[in-house]
Design a protein. Structure first.
Length: 147
């Protein structure tokens, strides 16, 4: 397949948009930290790769958000998950489903802002690709709920 092309810069994203995207990603990153810490071997490597990728994006969003974003919470409420590979995947599927839906909902508010659209698209793409790797069914419009 070759190397993945780089994403456009999200520098210049409206601070309010960047802050909201960071707020959306923080609970998913927390869930990833938990499952990474409780897994081992190849499973852990996969989670660590996802954690690094989403953390890098969140770091960029935090910088773009500036004073619009409050400090991260020390923890986020997570559902009780069984301490198995299936339990960890279930936890991540739940957290990533929420992140995808919230990101898609935000898309209606991000118009005419190239950097913001790039940030939103990158966020939705990364969350969706990870969801697929964790066993989620591919959807035409990830995060969209039926009326």
């Amino acid at each position: 397949m070759g190397p993945i092309p780089p994403w456009p810069s999200i520098a210049g994203t409206n601070p309010a948009t960047a802050a909201e995207l960071a707020r959306i990603l923080r609970p998913l990153i927390y869930a990833l930290e938990v499952v990474t810490a409780t897994s081992s071997g190849d499973e852990r490597e996969g989670y660590q790769e996802a954690l690094d990728e989403l953390s890098d994006l969140t770091d960029e969003l935090v910088i773009a958000a500036g004073r619009e974003l409050e400090p991260a919470k020390l923890g986020y409420g997570l559902p009780e998950a069984e301490a198995s590979q299936n339990g960890r995947r279930s936890l991540l599927l739940s957290a990533s489903e929420s992140a995808a839906a919230q990101t898609l909902s935000l898309s209606a508010e991000v118009t005419g802002e190239v950097a913001g659209i790039a940030a939103l698209t990158q966020t939705l793409s990364l969350v969706t690709s990870r969801r697929t790797a964790w066993g989620a069914t591919r959807l035409a419009f990830p995060g969209m709920t039926r009326p």
